[in-house]
Design a binder for this molecule. Sequence first.
Ligand code: C2E
Ligand code: MG
Ligand code: MG
Ligand code: MG
Length: 278
Amino acid sequence: YVAKAKGAVFVGYHPDMDQIAAEEARLAADLRQAIERQQLHLLYQPVVELPTGRTVRVEALMRWRHPTEGMVPPDRFIAIAERSGTIDTLGEWALREVCRQIISWRTVDRVDVEVNVNVSARQLRSPGFPDLVTSILAEYGVAPSSITLEITETAVFDGGPAVESLRTLRGLGFRVALDDFGTGHSSLSLLTTCPVDVIKVDKSFVAGIGGHGQQAVIVTALIQITAGLNLHAVAEGVETADQASRLHALGYRFAQGYYFDRPLPADDVVSRFRVAAL
Ligand code: C2E
Ligand code: MG
Ligand code: MG
Ligand code: MG
């Protein structure tokens, strides 16, 4: 394919495989310096309780402002960081930043905020992960119960050390959420073998909830399964009032999405945790 693409008429318009690889190598190198150059920051998206509209926690989402490329979306740079090995450093940075922010919210703004942190498969598989996470929290004085670790099915579907690490972390008081549920190596038996507390139903299912198609059927079935297994369910990617009320009617208690809030700077989160004075 590479040879063919090189000879193709569209060279110069469509990047060929070599160009894509070179671009990735360049971004991977830039990413290695992104922390010290202060190009990374976190935004926080509220998770809302449907019956009350109250914000119950937030999810930390990483942003990379590249000096010449502008904002690089995480779906792109997290994948590059995973392939190039930088994800361990980025993940550690994110956890420290979350801890620092929790303490700042607590001491400066007088609000207690619980935070979901995304953990990549590679981080979870690294043998020292539970120790690392535990020592970072201890360093900042943050309790494990303030943190939910969001992992994907892909990280745990084959069992092994990743699942052992989760068991350890959960034993220490961390909550565990299965992110993007239904899009990875899904097997319902994961819900019984993997130590999890929360299922985040992927936005692709929520998007179709208004129709009579398969997505609506799956969203309906998942709330029954999670309730039966004593798991919490969070619906992701809620963009409309109609989706929110349908989810509520189906029995979903928690949701997240642009309809409620976009990912916000840390300062903007504070008001969500203050009850309005009447
Ligand atoms: P995710 O963990 O599933 O996060 C939810 C994504 O959905 C976020 O995209 C969020 O901005 C987006 N979103 C929220 N509400 C809506 C909505 O109503 N509609 C739509 N269409 N999208 C919505 P974002 O911030 O671009 O992050 C993408 C993915 O990158 C995340 O998916 C997560 O897998 C990964 N990621 C982000 N930050 C980190 C991080 O610190 N560490 C790791 N390992 N992965 C991260
Ligand atoms: Mg997530
Ligand atoms: Mg998700
Ligand atoms: Mg996702």
